[in-house]
Design a protein around this ligand. Structure first.
Ligand code: FES
Ligand code: FES
Length: 205
């Protein structure tokens, strides 16, 4: 497509988008422009989204994958790599359910672009297992019943793992502070705290 043609397409899209949501679903007829259905408009927009190849390490393995610039790390993990242990709840960087480790530090996977994980080292809940063997933090949550429905548990465990990498022998206050970004709707907080303290005892014994 020539530059001139590109400009025309862009201005048509920009104009149509500016028409607002009220016209969605209705073919548009505008003077000097042909009729365009929302489906055609979407197809034109989709052409703009070009996937980009990135390489990163996930759970110790090198991965090369093509991602849309708008895709989050959580989408890359769950949709492309099928690592569905990372849960998405708020999708807004507020609940911590999607916590994974990025170069050893806890991050919200819903709140960063997959492109920004290029060249980095990502660990998900699946990466904590050693064959069939649970990681000590997973074991502690299991033994101390650090969960109720379990939906927030992968995020809690990843946050606890990051905390223990940073503070192998944490105080109660450090645990409360570092885990404060992980919400549990079942309010299983006392048991979660106990689980983290048990995991910490294991990590220092
Ligand atoms: S799903 Fe990512 S912070 Fe809530
Ligand atoms: S155990 Fe149910 S949300 Fe935390």
């Amino acid at each position: 497509m020539s530059d001139e043609s590109n400009k025309k397409q862009m201005s048509r899209r920009t104009f149509l988008k500016g028409m607002g949501a009220g016209v969605v679903g209705t073919p548009l007829v505008i003077s000097n422009l042909e009729a365009i259905t929302p489906k055609q408009l979407q197809a034109e927009e989709d052409m703009d989204v070009k996937k980009q190849p990135i390489s990163l390490k996930v759970n110790g393995k090198k991965v090369r994958v093509a991602v849309e610039p708008r895709a989050s790390l959580a989408e890359l993990l769950r949709n492309d790599l099928k690592l569905t242990g990372t849960k998405v709840v708020c999708n807004h960087g507020e609940c911590g359910n999607c916590t994974v480790l990025l170069d050893g530090k806890a991050v919200y996977a819903c709140h960063m672009l997959a492109l920004d994980a290029a060249g980095r080292d990502v660990t998900t809940i699946e990466g904590l297992l050693s064959g069939e063997e649970l990681h000590p933090v997973q074991k502690a949550f299991w033994e101390k019943d650090g969960l109720q429905c379990g939906f927030c548990t992968p995020g809690q465990i990843m946050a606890a793992h990051a905390l223990l990498l940073k503070h192998p022998n944490p105080t109660r206050e450090q645990i409360l502070k570092e885990m404060s970004g992980n919400i549990c709707r079942c309010a299983a907080y006392p048991k979660i705290l106990e689980s983290v303290m048990t995991a910490a005892e294991g990590s220092t014994s």
